[in-house]
Every structure is written in C-alpha cells, then in structure tokens.
Design a protein around this ligand. Structure first.
Ligand SMILES: Nc1ncnc2c1ncn2[C@@H]1O[C@H](COP(=O)(O)OP(=O)(O)OP(=O)(O)O)[C@@H](O)[C@H]1O
Ligand SMILES: [Mg+2]
Length: 357
C-alpha cells in the first residue's frame, strides 16, 4: 500500500474511506478531569477540575467546525484529547469510521492524519532549527530521504506565501509573528494531514496579519481538501471561518449548529450572552440578550442542573435540578437548554405537542 508520507504524489482523496456522508471525526462521551483525590472506595475523584465533562460532536469531511466559549471552558483540552496528546478518562474518538487506537487505526497512523497549530508561534518552534529543517523534520522522522524532505519543505514554504530562497535558511528569531505562524502551518501540513486543529492560531497576530493568515488557511483548505477544527475567542473570526459552530460552557457543549444560525439567532442564552458581550460591528444585528457578567463558576464544583443557570437571566427553579440534554431543535442544530425543549417544565418552554388523535 502506498504511504501518504513517503509518496509525494499521493492523493489525499484516496484515503477517504466512508465517502462524504461519514464524518471525518466523531467524538462521543469525551471526559477529562485533572487532579483531585480519589477515595479508596473508588468512584469519582474529589476536587478534580472537570475540564471536559461529557462532550459529543462530529466534524464532516471538508468542513470547518468553529469552537467558542469563555476562557477555561475546555476548548484546548478537547483539542488535546482529539490530538491524543493527553488521554481521555472516558469517551470514544472515531476517525473516518475507524475507532482511534483500534487495530484498524493505531495511534501512530492516526497521529499523521491530525495536526495542530497553537497560538504561541515562537514557543512551538525550535530556535536552533532553520525554517527548512523545521518543516522537513516530520517527514524525515517518517523516513523521507533528506533531499526530498527539503524539497517538500521548499514547496510548502511557497504554499504558505514565503519565498523559499529568502526564508529556507532563516531561524525563528529572524521572522515576524505572522511569518512564524506560516511556518507552523507549513510544518503541520508536511505530514499531509486530513484534519488540522487550529487552537487560537491567529489570536496573537495584528489584525491585518491575522486577515492574511486566515485567507491563507482558507486557500490551503480548498487546495488540499482539509478539514479544520478552529478554536477562537473571536466570534467575528469564527463567523468568517466556520461552517458550523460549537459553543462550550464549563466542559460541556451548550449549542452546536450552522454558523449563520448560531451567530445570528442563537437558541442558548449563553450563546446570546457571548454575542452580546462582543463589540458589535453591525448595530442592526445586536441580540436582546444581556451581556455576560463575571467569570464562569469554578470547574472543580460546577453548578448543579444546567451549568449556566447561575448566570442565566431566564433561569427557573428547574434549571438548578435538571441537567439539560443536548437535543436537536431543528435538523443539525442542537441545544442544551430546557427552554428549547418542549414539555421540559421550564415556564418558557413550549408545551409538548398532543399526539394527533
Ligand atoms: N494540565 C492541567 N492540569 C490541571 N488543570 C488543567 C490542565 N489543563 C487545563 N486545565 C484546566 O481545565 C479547564 C479547561 O482548560 P482549557 O485550557 O481546556 O480551556 P480553554 O477553553 O482552552 O481556555 P482558553 O480560552 O483560556 O484557552 C481550566 O479550568 C483549566 O485551568
Ligand atoms: Mg485554550
């Protein structure tokens, strides 16, 4: 079988197993708690940070899933779990129909298919490696001969908009932030991944540079048939990049659906509050929700019931008691809010529809 890393002419589409209807990535019941003391009786650890606490989502082939939510809600932990940098306490990750870690898709094979770009462009680069050696490093480790790996690094430099003749021999400290982030993108692409996770990848850049790198990411995605998981604090950037958006709150998914719906007519009060908290560029498009005040509660001891009930202006007694399931409100739009669920008992929920007699 042809190896995508060793064979430069390998067509990424040839790796597709289940066709377009099968999600590229599908995650169910993902849990990660940090620290805490476990009793000798077993059971749940006390005092653990419930960073990711039962998260389900899927990413379709060729789409960009935006991930938003306040600092500490578990975005990066979710990304690191998907990348298998850290081990989940529970949950299953399926990549193009194969369970990650199964015989059909072992960790080594999976790790080539998924690459990540982080916010801190400087810390992610080895200061003693030139740009071309940085990009060629991954392919070299996977057995690509030096000359070919260097050739591939030069091609990738050109792809990310840096002239190979000028940049190949430079060191990270000789580059601007935007140029360094282009190198990080080139390095991520060197192993010909199918899924790229971008964790605040443009957040440290100046606005004009940020726009250039975002456009580069869109071009690369179209050219190479990539799928993105795009994590960002900036809802305007997410609006520009993402096909669908997943909103996280205290380690759980609050709402997920098409970007235009989520970012214009959100169903979850938390999404509405996030939107109301951001500086609006369009005065006609403000939500009626009150903006967010204060910080999210402590993830060591999250509120009972709906985790957002302590900050929600629509909260009702039931919200402190009943955790809302993530349920579809319309096709491909899911919301974890009792108000969105007919017959839930929340005063603002629609009544259950009578069975047609
Ligand atoms: N290695 C760790 N050990 C202990 N706690 C951790 C660890 N990594 C993350 N956490 C905690 O888990 C929670 C989720 O963190 P995470 O970094 O996933 O949030 P985030 O949504 O990426 O936030 P930000 O927007 O600030 O990047 C936070 O309370 C964080 O302090
Ligand atoms: Mg983060």
């Amino acid at each position: 079988m042809s190896d995508p890393i060793l064979d430069p002419t390998f067509d990424p589409a040839a790796r597709d197993r289940g066709g377009p209807a099968q999600p590229l990535l599908s995650v169910t019941g993902l849990v990660k708690h940090f620290g805490g003391k476990r009793s000798w009786r077993g059971g749940e650890a006390k005092g653990a940070v419930r960073a990711v606490d039962g998260v389900d989502f899927a990413i379709a082939k060729g789409e960009t899933l935006g991930v938003v939510g306040e600092s500490g809600c578990g975005k990066s932990t979710t990304a690191r779990l998907v990348m298998q940098i850290i081990k989940p306490d529970a949950g299953e990750i399926v990549f193009d129909g194969e369970a990650v870690g199964s015989r059909a898709l072992d960790l080594e094979a999976y790790r080539r298919e998924v690459q990540m770009v982080f916010q801190d462009s400087y810390a992610s680069l080895n200061p003693r490696l030139t740009v071309e050696d940085t990009i060629a490093f991954g392919p070299r480790v996977h057995g690509v001969p030096r000359r070919e790996a260097t050739g591939r690094a030069h091609d990738l430099l050109a792809k990310v908009g840096l002239e190979p003749g000028r940049f190949a021999g430079r060191y990270p400290h000789e580059l601007s932030g935007g140029q360094r982030q282009r190198i990080n993108i080139a390095r991520a692409l060197a192993l010909q991944p199918r899924l790229v996770i971008l964790d605040e990848a443009v957040s440290a850049l100046d606005k004009s540079v940020e726009a250039q790198v975002l456009n580069l990411l869109l071009d690369l995605k179209a050219e190479l048939g990539l799928t993105y998981m795009f994590i960002s604090h900036d809802l305007n950037v997410v609006r520009f990049m993402a096909d669908r958006v997943m909103v996280m709150y205290l380690g759980k998914v609050a709402e997920v659906g098409p970007s235009d719906v989520i970012l214009q007519q959100p169903s979850h009060p938390y999404t509405g509050a996030l939107l109301a908290s951001m500086p609006s560029t369009d005065p006609d498009n403000r939500t009626l929700e009150a903006p967010l005040f204060g910080d999210p509660p402590n993830p060591i001891d999250p509120p009972s019931g709906c985790r957002f009930h302590t900050r929600c202006r629509h909260t009702s007694a039931i919200c402190a008691n009943v955790p809302p399931p993530l349920a579809a409100v319309r096709p491909s739009h899911e919301v974890a809010c009792l108000m969105a669920q007919p017959g839930s008992g929340h005063p603002l929920a629609a009544p259950l529809r009578e069975n047609a007699a």
